[in-house]
Design a protein around this ligand. Structure first.
Ligand SMILES: [Zn+2]
Ligand SMILES: [Zn+2]
Length: 193
């Protein structure tokens, strides 16, 4: 049998939808937002440098403490104060792992609030990418004063595409079991929350 490779061109060309870098990192931020624990807001943040993800965050309670969805929001002046915002959690995550954020880009689902904007500026973020606004924020003013670039992106297609049937080399677990006549089940503990 020859081991000489053959070039096989895709039958239907390139996929109609392939996210560019900004859309890709924004989709990761949207995915992070799905972990949010407060019903008043779902926000996700991904901190990126040289197309490399340094840290991610979503608005959520302090580690090990009650979630708003379980124990209710802790409201002061019409703001829920139980959670850290996504940007702060992403910065804290980077701090825990000793990651410098100088010169990086923040992908955030929404315009940061005033406090988060100031924190992003202070850790050396140079570009902020968003696809929606926020009800109460002086972020734009602070970004402008500190020469942080603010980019408004149209919301990338929200759905994450993965069609097992589309790829000739992909197998569902069930198909794979049938083909190999051997069932392997994993012993992972799947947490629901
Ligand atoms: Zn809340
Ligand atoms: Zn904030």
């Amino acid at each position: 049998m020859s081991t000489e490779p053959t070039i096989v061109m895709p039958a239907h060309g390139a996929p109609s939808y392939r996210p560019n870098w900004d859309q890709y990192f924004m989709k990761l931020a949207m995915l992070a937002s799905e972990r949010a624990t407060c019903p008043r807001m779902h926000c996700g943040c991904v901190l990126v440098k040289d197309n490399h993800v340094l840290s991610t965050g979503y608005n959520g309670s302090l580690p090990g403490t009650a979630h708003c969805y379980d124990d209710g929001c802790l409201v002061v002046n019409d703001h829920c104060v139980r959670t850290n915002h996504a940007e702060i959690n992403a910065i804290c995550q980077a701090a825990r792992h000793g990651m410098a954020l100088e010169g990086s880009t923040a992908y955030v689902t929404n315009l940061p609030c005033t406090s988060c904007a100031k924190a992003l500026i202070a850790v050396g973020i140079v570009r902020v990418v968003i696809f929606s606004s926020y009800h109460d924020s002086l972020a734009e003013r602070f970004f402008q004063e500190s020469h942080v670039e603010l980019c408004r992106l149209p919301m990338p297609e929200g759905i994450i595409h993965y069609d097992l049937k589309e790829f000739s080399s992909a197998r569902s677990f069930e198909e794979s079991e049938r083909e190999n006549h051997a069932g392997e089940s994993c012993s992972c503990q799947h947490e629901s929350y």
